[in-house]
Design a protein. Structure first.
Length: 282
């Protein structure tokens, strides 16, 4: 290897490290107030955190702590009462769509009159993608989601897990660099939820999107995330930030039988349980 080649390789490695360390989402001293029945209350209070390139970060906390509220402010769906949110150093503007960001909602929100392939391809259709290219990308998405044989089926013919896969692929087919997910598997039974965890992990291992995932399920957070940001009971404040140092790729079923899963669960539960007790006391 020549000195020039060595220098080039060193620059490439340096560039890779810099890209991995790049901040994609920056939440700075975020505040959200609501008015209910003529009375103001604080839902989110002085929350700050960052999500780096390719990170899978879970926002965890008890019901009512402001998890979904934060996600909606990051998405630009809800105005802030204070603080700043930056995506790739650009300030988030309420009501302005960011093409780099995809959002997966709690409910599957599929169009009942459209087939699986028509639902998945809806965004590409709106974007005016040529029919042949649209068909190619939809077929690939159907295969990735394990929905081969169901492309012509309608939502009423699918299980809850299959509908959620369709909703997930409808977002992913637009190739967002940043994925926001609001308890997308919360309504599923345990078996179906674990299947969806495997589907999402398989896709994330291939694509490595930057993910901010809202959940109240600690087991789900450990299964999926690289980091878990724990919020306090309302008003939501950042209570802790845990690294999930579990090797990947992960098997959602086998992982739960490991000593490391049990150790992490016990460690984080101690802090989360304090917030559940606070919620009951209130």
């Amino acid at each position: 290897m020549t000195a020039a080649q060595g220098s080039s390789l060193a620059r490439d490695r340096s560039d890779d490290v810099a890209a991995a360390a790049r901040t994609r989402i920056a939440v700075q001293r975020l505040v959200k107030r609501f008015n209910a029945g003529g009375r103001d209350f604080v839902a989110v209070d002085d929350v700050s955190f960052e999500v780096k390139q390719g990170e899978f970060v879970a926002l965890l906390g008890p019901s009512g702590c402001g998890k979904s509220t934060i996600l909606n402010m990051v998405a630009g769906l809800l105005p802030r009462s204070g603080g700043r949110i930056l995506i790739d150093d650009d300030a988030v503007e309420t009501g302005k769509v960011n093409p780099r960001v995809g959002y997966v909602f709690q409910r599957d929100t599929l169009f009942p009159w459209r087939s699986v392939e028509q639902n998945i391809g809806y965004g590409l259709e709106i974007a005016g993608l040529p029919k042949a290219e649209r068909a190619r990308r939809v077929a690939l998405a159907v295969e990735k989601a394990g929905l081969t044989g169901f492309a012509q089926s309608f939502p009423r013919m699918l299980s809850g897990g299959m509908r959620q896969r369709v909703a997930l692929m409808r977002t992913l087919i637009l190739e967002p660099e940043i994925l926001l997910m609001d308890e997308p598997f919360g309504a599923l039974d345990t078996h179906t939820k674990l299947e969806m965890h495997k589907t999402l992990l398989d896709i994330w291992e291939r694509e490595r999107q930057t993910v901010l995932f809202v959940t109240h399920d600690l087991g789900e957070a450990i299964t999926l995330a690289s980091r878990i940001i724990l919020l306090s009971a309302r008003p939501g404040r950042l209570k802790d930030d845990f690294e999930v140092a579990v090797p990947r790729p992960r098997d959602p079923v086998a992982l739960r039988e490991t000593a490391e899963f049990g150790r992490l669960y016990s460690h984080i539960w101690h802090s989360l349980g304090e917030e559940f007790r606070r919620t009951r006391a209130d």
